[in-house]
Ligand binder design. Structure first.
Ligand code: 5RP
Length: 312
């Protein structure tokens, strides 16, 4: 593999443990101002230091992310349909590779729609994008099975989609978790990363994360289950504890509750603030999650951790 491509890939998937925590905030490209992502800058800012990379469009990158914060960018470059339009699968490449380089993207992301009306176009788009991206050493993340295709959330369909993405040259594939996920991972020759999907109760989202990692997923590219939580920072830290810290569901959920109890819920008046989830008084979470370096001037409370791997 080309040095530049390998190096960029290493910014997204930690080469030491093969794992990644990506924060997905690209939803607006077909959903507009999605709940809790109405003002992307506000949503993204507190979460930045806990993700390994940020997945978004150029519009949100330029307007809502501080260029001085060195978070690796996975740039969504496909689009062209909206949630109220005729067919979500009708996408084209909307952002050029040249623009991605100008924005210092570490990887490109685009959707494919296997089994949908515009399947053919989306797959040809992927092949062409890989051709162009590899010329400049940019890896490509193929996002499979969104919109209506999500109804077909089983190992048979997701294996088909992920495998086709890899055959077309995608360097990473993003899909949804399903039962028998081992099959999806084992039949896809490139790393498989899961999306979180619609918002779940936090413990359930941590379970999903844990099961995906246990089944061989290389990590998460999660959106709603992080920033639609009333406690987005505790949530991303708990997810991180599973992906990078080998925490189990119980440990991650205990960490989530502990972190919730230490902070008020954001974006509410005091009288509206939800009660943080009750923490078990006796058990202490295993605090072995890893964090990104400090984003100045915010203060970071260092966890007493013994990292097993090095993160950026
Ligand atoms: C949509 C996307 C989203 O980034 C993806 O769905 C991840 O977000 P969530 O965890 O909210 O499902 O690629 O095409």
């Amino acid at each position: 593999m080309d040095w530049g491509l390998k190096n960029r890939l290493a910014r997204i998937i930690n080469p030491i443990n093969g794992k990644a925590v990506m924060l997905a905030v690209d939803h607006g490209y077909f959903l507009g101002p999605t709940e809790s992502l109405e003002v992307p800058r506000k949503t993204v800012r507190p979460l930045l230091k806990y993700c390994d990379s940020l997945m978004l469009t150029r519009g949100v990158l330029r307007t809502s992310v501080d260029a001085n914060f060195p978070v690796p960018i996975v740039l969504r470059v496909s689009g062209g349909s909206s949630i109220i339009g005729e067919d979500l699968s009708n996408e084209k490449i909307t952002t050029s590779v040249k623009e991605a380089i100008r924005l210092n993207a570490s990887a490109l992301a685009m959707s494919i729609f296997v089994g949908a009306k515009y399947e053919h176009n989306s797959l040809v788009n992927l092949g062409n994008l890989v051709n162009d991206a590899e010329e400049v050493g940019l890896p490509v993340l193929a996002v499979t099975a969104v919109g209506k295709e999500l109804e077909k959330r089983d190992a048979r369909y997701l294996s088909l989609s992920c495998r086709i993405a890899a055959e077309f040259g995608a360097h990473m594939v993003k899909t949804y978790y399903c039962e028998n996920f081992e099959k999806v991972v084992s039949t896809c020759p490139v790393p498989v990363i899961i999306a979180g999907g619609p918002k779940l109760e936090e413990r359930k989202a941590l379970e999903l994360t844990f099961n995906a990692i246990k089944s061989g997923a290389a990590g998460v590219d999660m959106g709603r289950n992080i920033w639609q939580s009333k406690y987005p920072v505790p949530m991303i830290r708990a997810v991180r504890a599973i992906v990078h810290g080998n925490s189990n569901v119980e440990q991650a959920y205990e960490l989530f509750k502990k972190l919730c109890s230490e902070r008020p819920a954001p974006q509410t008046t005091p009288s509206q603030q939800p009660r943080p989830p009750q923490q078990k008084p006796t058990s202490q979470p295993k605090q072995n999650t890893q964090q990104r370096p400090q984003q100045k001037p915010q203060k970071q409370v260092q966890q007493k951790i013994k990292p097993k791997i090095q993160t950026k």
